[in-house]
Design a protein around this ligand. Structure first.
Ligand SMILES: [Zn+2]
Length: 560
C-alpha cells in the first residue's frame, strides 16, 4: 500500500470532525438542517486552516444520497466519491492556475447543464482572489442568476481582493487560525490511532512551528515521521526544524544578563556550529523573555512552556522587569530586520550583540524626578515586589512599605545609557557654583573621574582659570588619570579656552556627593517615621506584639 500523507489520510469527513472551526460548522449544520441553503459560499482564512476541507464536507452535505443534511453519511456513493476526489459533479478549480477569462468561460459553460449523478453541481474555486477582472465578471453573471442545481463554494486567503459585487452575493465564513493546543491535540489523537511512538515535547514543537495552520502541522508531522523512521522524538524534530536546544537560548540570555562577553562568544560559537534557523532562534528567545516577563509582572507561568520553571525563576531574579522589556523589544526588532541583514547569521549576531550592549538604567530610574518618587513609584515597586518575593502574603507586606523609596540620584542617568546624548556647551562665565549640577550631567563621566566631579566644588572662575576644590573625603579618587579626564571633560563643554586647577584635601560642604548624602539621610529618617505610622506595622504591633527591629534598604525598596 502506498503511503498517504497524514493530511489526506485524516481529512475530516464531516463537520463534527473538523477541529477548531466550531463557529463555522455549527452555522452550516443549522442552515442545512433547516433547509436554508444559499447558492454561494465564501470561506476565508489564512493558509491551512481548513477552507477547502469545509467546502468538501459541504459538497457531501449537498449531495449525500440520504438527503441534504448537516451530517453527511460518508458511506453512500456520493460521499465516498467526494472523499476520494472523483465525484463528477464536484468541479474543483485552483484559480491561481486558471486566471484567463477563456478558462473561466469554459468552466462556467457547463453550468446550465444538470448534474450528472448528484443532486447539485458544485464549483469549488480555491484562491478565488487570483481571478482576473474579466474572470470575475464572468463568474458574477452566473452568481447573479444561478441555475437551481448549482452551488458555488469559493475559498480565499485574501477576501479584500474580491470585488464587492462578488462578496455581496456570497454567504461569508471566516475560519480562524488554530491554537497551539488545538493543533497539538489533533496530532496526538492521530498518532494514538496509528499507535505511533511519540514524545509530547516533540508535538509541542511541531504545533508551534505550524503557526496556526493544521495543514502545516500535519505536513511537519509527516516529515518528522520520515525523519525519525516512524517515531516522533523531540531531538529529531529539533534537528528537522533547525530549533536549538532550549538550553542554548537560556545560556545565551544568561551571558547577556551577566554581561559576560567571554561566555557570550563561547555560546555564540556553539550556536554557529549548529547553523540553526536563526529567525526561529530569535523567536525562541522572544518566547523565553515573554515567560520571564509574565512571572515578573503578573506572577504567573505559561502553561505549556518549553522552558522549565526553575530556569525562568533564576532569570527573573537576575535582572529587572524593565531590562527584560528592552531585550524583548530588541529581539522583536531583530526578527523584523533579519531579512535586511547581509545574511541571517549576521542579523542574528547583531541582535544578540545589541542585547548585550544596551542596558537600561536602574529600575528606579523610571521615576527620574526626585519630587515625584513616591507618587509615581507604584508600578516599579509592584514589579519589584513580585520579583523579589513571589508569595502573595509577603508581597502585600512589602508592598505598603515599598512605596517609600530611597531617594533618587539628583543626577538622572539616561534610560538607555549607551545612547549618546547631545552635549550642551557653556560659556566660561556660566561655569558657576549654581550651574555645577547641570554641568556635571553634561560631562558624562564614568568611574573615578565621575566620583571626582561629584566631590568637586567651584571655588573661583577668573580670567580663564577655573579652580575646583575636591572634598577630602574623595581623596582616593585623585588619581592622575581621573584628574586628566575631568579636565578634558570640562574643556569639552566650555566654548572658550580654559585652564583648570584642582585643589586637594579641603573640607568642602557643597558637593553633589554631600547633597545626595543629606537627601538620603533625610529620606531614611522619613522612611523610619512612615514605617512606624504604616497601618500594617501598627496592626502587627498591636495584635502580635511585633517590634520593628530593622529597616533594611533593599535594591529598590525597603523591607521590614
Ligand atoms: Zn452520503
Amino acid at each position: 500500500m502506498s503511503y498517504q500523507a497524514l493530511a489526506r489520510q485524516f481529512r475530516p469527513q464531516n463537520f463534527t470532525e473538523l477541529v477548531g472551526q466550531e463557529h463555522v460548522s455549527q452555522a452550516l449544520m443549522n442552515g442545512l438542517e433547516q433547509g436554508r441553503v444559499h447558492h454561494a459560499f465564501l470561506f476565508t482564512g489564512t493558509r491551512g486552516v481548513g477552507k477547502t476541507t469545509v467546502a468538501r464536507i459541504l459538497a457531501k452535505a449537498f449531495n449525500c444520497e440520504k438527503g441534504v443534511t448537516g451530517d453527511p453519511c460518508g458511506q453512500c456513493k456520493a460521499c465516498t466519491e467526494i472523499s476520494e476526489g472523483r465525484f463528477v459533479d464536484l468541479v474543483e478549480v485552483d484559480a491561481a492556475s486558471r486566471t484567463g477569462v477563456d478558462d473561466t468561460r469554459e468552466l462556467l459553460e457547463n453550468v446550465q447543464y444538470a448534474p450528472t449523478s448528484g443532486r447539485y453541481k458544485i464549483y469549488l474555486i480555491d484562491e478565488v482572489h487570483m481571478f482576473s477582472n474579466s474572470s470575475f465578471n464572468a463568474l458574477l453573471k452566473t452568481l447573479e442568476e444561478p441555475p437551481p442545481h448549482v452551488k458555488f463554494l469559493l475559498a480565499t486567503t485574501e477576501p479584500k481582493k474580491l470585488p464587492v459585487t462578488v462578496l455581496s452575493r456570497c454567504l461569508q465564513f471566516n475560519l480562524k487560525r488554530l491554537s497551539l493546543p488545538q493543533i497539538k491535540g489533533h496530532l496526538q489523537k492521530l498518532l494514538k490511532i496509528q499507535s505511533v511512538e511519540f514524545e509530547d515535547s516533540a508535538l509541542e514543537l511541531i504545533a508551534r512551528a505550524a503557526d496556526g495552520s493544521m495543514r502545516d502541522g500535519l505536513s511537519l508531522l509527516d516529515q518528522s515521521l520520515a525523519f525519525g523512521a516512524g517515531s516522533v522524538k523531540e531531538n529529531d524534530v529539533k534537528i528537522m526544524l533547525g530549533t536549538m536546544d532550549q538550553n542554548s537560548v537560556v545560556n545565551l540570555l544568561n551571558s547577556i544578563i551577566s554581561k559576560d562577553s567571554e561566555s557570550l562568544s563561547a555560546h555564540l560559537k556553539q550556536i554557529f556550529e549548529m547553523a540553526p534557523d536563526y529567525a526561529r532562534f530569535l523567536s525562541d528567545m522572544a518566547l523565553l523573555l515573554h515567560e520571564v516577563s509574565l512571572l515578573q509582572i503578573l506572577n504567573s507561568y505559561v502553561d505549556s512552556s518549553q522552558f522549565d520553571r526553575a530556569t525562568i525563576n533564576t532569570i527573573v531574579k537576575s535582572t529587572s522587569a524593565e531590562q527584560i522589556q528592552l531585550y524583548y523589544q530588541i529581539v522583536i526588532k531583530g526578527q523584523e530586520e533579519i531579512n535586511l541583514a547581509p545574511d541571517s547569521k549576521i542579523g542574528f549576531e547583531m541582535t544578540i550583540i545589541r542585547m548585550f550592549a544596551f542596558k537600561i538604567g536602574q529600575p528606579g530610574d523610571l521615576n527620574r524626578n526626585n519630587s515625584q518618587t513616591i507618587s509615581q513609584s507604584n508600578t516599579t515597586t509592584s514589579i519589584n515586589s513580585v520579583r523579589q518575593n513571589s508569595s502573595p502574603a509577603a508581597m502585600s507586606t512589602t508592598h505598603n512599605i515599598n512605596t517609600l523609596k530611597p531617594p533618587q540620584s539628583p543626577v538622572p542617568e539616561a534610560m538607555v545609557q549607551s545612547e549618546p546624548v547631545a552635549v550642551k556647551k557653556y560659556h566660561l562665565k556660566d561655569i558657576t557654583e549654581q550651574n555645577w549640577g547641570n554641568i556635571f550631567t553634561q560631562l558624562q563621566l564614568k568611574g573615578t573621574a565621575r566620583e571626582l566631579a561629584r566631590n568637586a566644588h567651584i571655588i573661583s572662575n577668573n580670567n580663564g582659570v577655573l579652580v575646583l576644590a575636591i572634598d577630602k573625603q574623595a581623596h582616593a579618587f585623585m588619581t592622575d588619570n581621573a584628574q586628566q579626564k575631568l579636565k578634558v571633560a570640562i574643556e569639552n563643554v566650555v566654548t572658550e579656552q580654559i585652564s583648570i586647577k584642582l585643589e586637594q584635601d579641603v573640607q568642602v560642604e557643597k558637593t553633589i556627593a554631600r547633597t545626595e548624602q543629606i537627601q538620603r539621610d533625610t529620606k531614611v529618617r522619613e522612611t523610619k517615621d512612615k514605617v512606624q505610622q504604616n497601618p500594617f506595622v501598627h496592626h502587627m504591633q498591636n495584635n502580635f506584639d511585633a517590634e520593628v527591629i530593622q529597616i533594611k534598604q533593599g535594591q529598590n525598596f525597603l523591607e521590614v
